[in-house]
Design a protein around this ligand. Sequence first.
Ligand code: FUC
Length: 805
Amino acid sequence: MTPPPPDDPTLWYDAPATDWETQALPIGNGALGAMVFGGVGRERVQFNEKSLWTGGPGSEGYDHGNWARPRPGALAEVRSRIDAEGTMSPEAVAALLGQPRQGYGAYQPFGDLWLGLPGGDLGLPGGDLGLPGADGVSGYRRELDLGEAVARVGYTAGGVNHLREYFASHPGNVVVGRISAGRPGRVSFTLRLTCPHPGARVTVSAGRLTLRGALADNGMRFEAQVQVVADGGTRVDGAGHVTVEGADGAVFVLSAGTDYADVHPAYRGDDPRARVTAAVDEAASAPYERLRAVHRADHRELFDRAVLTLGRPAPAEPAASAAPAAPAAPAVPTDRLRAAYTGGASAGDRALEALFFAYGRYLLIASSRRGALPANLQGVWNDSTSPPWSADYHVNVNLQMNYWLAEQTGLAETAEPYDRYVVSLVAPGRESARRMFGARGWVVHDETTPFGFTGVHDWATAFWFPEAAAWLTRQLYEHYLFGGDLSYLRETAYPVMRGAAEFWLDTLRVDPRDGTLVVSPSYSPEHGDFSAGAAMSQQIVSDVLTNTLEAARELGDDPAFRAELAGALTGLDPGIRIGSWGQLQEWKDDRDDPADTHRHLSHLYALHPGSRVVPGTPEAEAARVSLTARGDGGTGWSKAWRINFWARLLDGDHAHRMLAEQLRGSTLDNLWDTHPPFQIDGNFGAVAGMAEMLLQSAHGTVHVLPALPAAWPDGSVTGLRARGDVTVDVAWSGGAATRIVLRAGATGPIRVRSAMVTGPHLVRDAAGRAPGATRAGDVLVVDARAGESYTLTAGAHRVDGPSAA
Ligand code: FUC
């Protein structure tokens, strides 16, 4: 097979996948996802389309989770019991405020493509996928080339080389496969299309398979089409399949869609047929090489923006912003690389870590692109009609975590679906706020769906979390802080933030114990009892009110509203308290148990993703005490969050230890995160954490290598983003930065923090001129101009005037 470009990060294996969750390889374009198995006698390509969901309108009893019967006095009763008794069990609260889940639904698999290949089982799915070694197969390789976003399967059988390639094109909205052989006339296969949903029908005409049906649960219509195009040979339509014999090569293109629309209250739009037909027609009439070139350019534009290399000393004198050397494809199959991983000092360990970083960014590009729903608990990939947690949008940490890496690693555009989704929750969320709380603004609880489920169910452990709306708006505000786009703040972020803040202005209440404003009932996610003023509730509300006030000032919104926000902030309990054993308290009362190792670390919200807890302060020390007590265990996403926490505490070694825990204990052979089971938030959260280890900008400076672990003495990273519209490349050696490049998107001072500037160093713009710069301690303030780049180099031989000030 054609080897990949030598420098592209690549996952590869020497055997086909037999298991969907742990071995198959994901491709996707945001709306469409597919899992490639790479069988020899038979290939399976399982596929999804993001909007295919049961539940919502049309599903029995659906009303957005709003209370089916009015509950006058129920909230007041919970509040007064909490006032009187201090706490209330989740079960007791759920009995008063919850209700059985109705019409919630779940994300659905769409179908499977099966390629029956010579020597394989051409019958119905479910049998042997075909293992290499049988029938004289040699040189088997299955890979996912992250730079090209192409999955490949190659082997030699009967003296002929066979190669299949698959990719999911965002510009074309199609999944494309090419089947080729090293000799003319040696491509033969039968392609079938199957669907797990009862009543769906497959018809075949002119080499095109059409799958059409409607979900029994909610009537959602769906359609997929696959066109087979053969080069030479014969192509014959059969009952439910297309057969190609003796071709020189063949291509298939698949597209799929539903009649879902993200519009409240019907959530239905046009029949998908016209869209699917147009996408397949267009791709099927284009030459394969062109489809691939367009896909490649589209993917590379995002993917190439950030590259992490670990374990190679930084090159001595690279050009200012020259394209970096990407990590080379490791010589060991990825499953063996992972199995051998210890988190120690080996080159293989560094290669796996760099690959994991590249993979997280790849997965976000593949599962979150403009025009589709955001990445759910499984991104876009799901093979089950009843997936874990419905593969939904959990908003008590998981959906938020999916997008932490977007701004930091140069993928801001991938957050467009998230923004659009959050905006779409406002209409149903206003209704829930009004009907359940009698409040302005909007609300959503613990988890939600594409149909605006903003109310509640009654699973006591996780049903009540009205703080979710406020937390969701943080990413929108961050998008503004990173990119500085004022019209985005005005038109997209601020209205949503204002609504989330208004909800709390109407819902906070005075704590009779001390007169502060608190959230009640309040629940630290999935942990302990309900009480008033749990740390996370207070920290989130403080965050949303503070951010909204800042934004309101920036935009000059009405003074009366600003005064309301400022007043609430004055009375608000900020939820940051140091307890009896030096810990950051999880609840307003000092009830934390030092032996508790619960996976949630909700009370550290103000450390990350919030920024109220600043390293070096007593509160940060208390956060460290809490974090240490909770230990290094936890599920996949929980470990990922801990990487971020330790990085924010500027403890690179502990952050790295958590990354190692994640790779050792919570990562599958295909490098998917496992909760268990597979849950993609851990992939995304870990990459955000790695980025936080290398660059932070939450506290007013662009802090370079804030938490570099001893395990990463040498390396380089390009394309990390800092708040204030700065793009940063760093090369380091022996644990110290040797070169920092700042690319300024805006004119104004950039405050760079790095130990480098305390020693001899040079600062130059791209033309070799010294910019205005002043230094105080380890912070250098560079007078930057938009569009200009500034290179800082360490070195005794060139002490420089302005920067040595
Ligand atoms: C949160 C977590 C669970 C799980 C679920 C999808 O509720 O507490 O561990 O990740 O989301």
